[in-house]
Design a protein around this ligand. Structure first.
Ligand code: GLA
Length: 378
């Protein structure tokens, strides 16, 4: 209600709708999406809200409540990259893609507000993109489903914003199901819901390490994976088995070998995790999460000492009752844990007592619920 009121104050007319798209946490399966592999993320109770009304002209007018109420306007007939208000490139990029697919769309007034911690690896940008897509699909009654919307968000990010990300973040923001994680096949874009076992909670710790070199290191990892796939004459590492890879070890550069080993083993772990969800096997799931972290640390080399320290602290408390690992792209950001709800306070206490003492930084912690994606119907 307050949000609608702010819209009225800013634009001097009534908002016709409010749309929401969630951020995400990835429970297992990192750096596998752009290798046509498997991921297992969940949509969380942090996201982006947009209040909107249609315009009769071709202008899009946007106010970003959380960025000092900055205001941008542009015509959808001539969409340019914005160096000054970089947040607006998510709107611009999405509308460029959307306009190509649906030339009938016209302008809109948008008021945007989000609470996904930025730069924490919880997909604030994907949630923004999907929220814009949902808003326009409602404003203009577009025949747009969640998979198409996710592909459009990814295309905007790859081709307009300039980040070479995979499909995971946009797809879970669009198609996640409340109370469930999702095993997603990033090649076929088919998915299966993975129910969170009874009595299990989701705990996220932001290491608050300022992420450095994220884009360049991310793109480098992606190239390294593509090189190994090309060596095997396969379109993606998804098609290389562990035995094939191991048999070729002496022929491959050791760094490339380790990069590929992470991806190949992470795919196996991620598929195995689905069975653990279905059987409420927390010991099995915890083990897979710990192995995933170790592989991201030693083979893929995208963790930091803070992420390693946080995962160790949490895993030590959890034992067989759950598991913790870094989540997302790495080089800073968050650790995710699945834990019995009645243990969450012990995890919290552990972080409070140890993290700043050891690393000289304070961590932010969130107990998250798992929410519905913006385009998910049932
Ligand atoms: C970032 C990207 C995703 C994915 C993860 C790593 O979040 O946006 O597409 O590659 O890193 O799993």
């Amino acid at each position: 209600m307050l949000f609608k009121q702010s819209f009225h104050e800013k634009f001097n007319l009534a908002a016709t709708l409010i749309c929401h798209a969630p951020g995400r946490v990835n429970i297992i399966g990192d750096h596998t999406d752009y290798n046509d592999g498997f991921v297992l993320p969940a949509a969380i109770n942090f996201g982006t809200d947009i209040a909107a009304s249609r315009r009769e002209d071709d202008y899009v007018k946007v106010i970003a409540l959380d960025c000092n109420q900055e205001f941008v306007e542009f015509s959808i007939e001539d969409i340019q990259f914005d160096e000054r208000y970089s947040w607006s490139n998510y709107v611009r990029g999405v509308l460029q893609v959307l306009k190509q697919a649906f030339p009938q769309i016209r302008g809109a007034n948008l008021l945007v507000s989000g609470n996904v911690p930025q730069g924490a690896g919880l997909s604030s940008s994907a949630s923004f993109e999907v929220a814009v897509l949902k808003t326009f699909s409602e404003l203009y009654q577009l025949p747009l489903d969640g998979i198409k919307a996710a592909l459009m968000g990814q295309s905007a990010e790859n081709n307009f914003v300039g980040c070479n990300c995979g499909i995971m973040d946009q797809l879970i923001s669009a198609m996640g199901k409340q109370g469930n994680a999702m095993l997603l096949d990033c090649r076929s874009l088919t998915f299966e819901d993975a129910p969170i076992p009874e009595g299990i909670g989701l705990f996220i710790v932001n290491s608050n390490v300022k992420r450095g070199l994220v884009d360049s290191e991310y793109n480098l990892r992606r190239e390294q994976c593509e090189q190994v796939a090309a060596y095997f004459k396969k379109s993606a590492l998804r098609d290389v088995s562990l035995s094939e890879l191991e048999a070729a070890e002496s022929m491959l550069d050791p760094v490339l070998f380790r990069r590929a080993r992470h991806v190949v083993t992470e795919n196996l772990r991620t598929e195995a995790a689905l069975a653990c969800f279905k059987n409420a096997d927390m010991a099995g799931l915890g083990q897979l999460m710990r192995e995933s972290h170790e592989s991201l640390k030693s083979d893929f080399e995208v963790t930091t000492k803070e992420l390693d320290g946080l995962a160790d602290m949490l895993n030590e408390v959890l034992g067989d009752s759950g598991g913790a690992r870094m989540t997302g792209g790495g080089f800073g950001g968050c650790v995710v844990a699945l834990s019995p709800i009645n243990q969450l306070h012990v995890l919290q206490k552990t972080i409070d007592e140890l993290y700043s003492k050891i690393f000289g930084l304070s961590a932010d912690t969130y107990v998250c619920s798992i929410e519905q994606g913006a385009f998910r119907v049932i």
